[in-house]
Design a protein around this ligand. Structure first.
Ligand code: MG
Length: 264
């Protein structure tokens, strides 16, 4: 018989969209409550392609509403933009501080922006005329560039109707890959394409997480909904971190209830 495996985990890491919430919305109260409890036992690390402001809206505010204190927030670690930016809570300043940031270089930003625009224009998918005033198609999120075909503020229905089978975005990505093959392309949401520098996927984030928190790979338990090969959580599985695949935040709540139940 094999010796009992050491299952003591110090870190619970979570993908955000479809793992802790319904994509792009704040985490539901029951998830906030379970995460609040988990902060008493684990370091909690959400990691997603979203920007910092979205982490505040989707995760931190609901935790505050669930009664989480500043002291508890010191165990929450925000791995923003796939972990290319890391924020933690400073109890004295009562605010979030950026621990590190690996932004794209000016040259990479210029290359990606020009390539996306050229590809969309060539294919007839450059929808500048449909933008609301002040909105933009290509947004610089520092560690990644995001293409949103109809801008950030378009209506949900309009966005959904634009590319329901992803064919337009797949065509844009295929064209971009011809010019910038080594960059990372991820189709997300309803109209978006995220582009990041080579190597900037969740492996980068998890590697830095281990370094910053001083934990070993086997001390982490990861939750994600896209753990299959090709999914944006797969790099975490591939590096050998224990992972729980969930279909939605409801699966995550079952799993967390189980874990917290054992801990009493
Ligand atoms: Mg997800």
């Amino acid at each position: 018989m094999e010796a009992a495996r050491n299952i003591s985990k110090k870190v619970l890491a979570f993908d955000v969209d479809q793992t802790l919430n319904i994509a792009k919305t704040p985490i539901p109260p029951e998830v906030a409550e379970l995460l609040a409890k988990s902060l008493g036992y684990f370091e909690i690390c959400p990691i997603s392609g979203q920007k910092f402001e979205q982490f505040l809206i989707q995760i931190v505010e609901p935790l505050r509403e669930a009664g989480v204190s500043g002291q508890q927030l010191t165990h929450l670690h925000l791995f923003v933009a796939q972990g290319t930016q890391y924020y933690r809570y400073d109890l004295e300043q009562k605010d979030w501080t950026q621990v590190y940031n690996y932004p794209l270089t000016e040259e990479q930003i210029a290359q990606i922006t020009a390539t996306l625009e050229a590809a969309a224009r060539e294919l007839g998918y450059w929808e500048e005329g449909k933008l609301k005033p002040g909105d933009q198609i290509i947004e610089n999120r520092l560690s990644q560039i995001t293409f949103s075909a109809l801008g950030q503020t378009a209506g949900t229905e309009e966005k959904y109707a634009w590319d329901p089978d992803m064919k337009k975005r797949e065509a844009i990505v295929a064209k971009c890959r011809e010019k910038l093959p080594d960059f990372l392309y991820e189709i997300g949401g309803t109209t978006s394409i995220n582009v990041a520098a080579p190597g900037m996927n969740k492996t980068f984030g998890m590697t830095h997480l281990m370094e910053e928190l001083g934990v070993k790979q086997e001390e982490i338990l990861y939750f994600g909904d896209m753990t299959q090969p090709g999914g944006n959580d797969y790099p975490v599985v591939e590096m050998g971190i224990d992972a729980i695949t969930v279909r939605s935040h409801e699966d995550t709540t079952y799993a967390l209830r189980g874990i917290l139940g054992i801990l009493g």
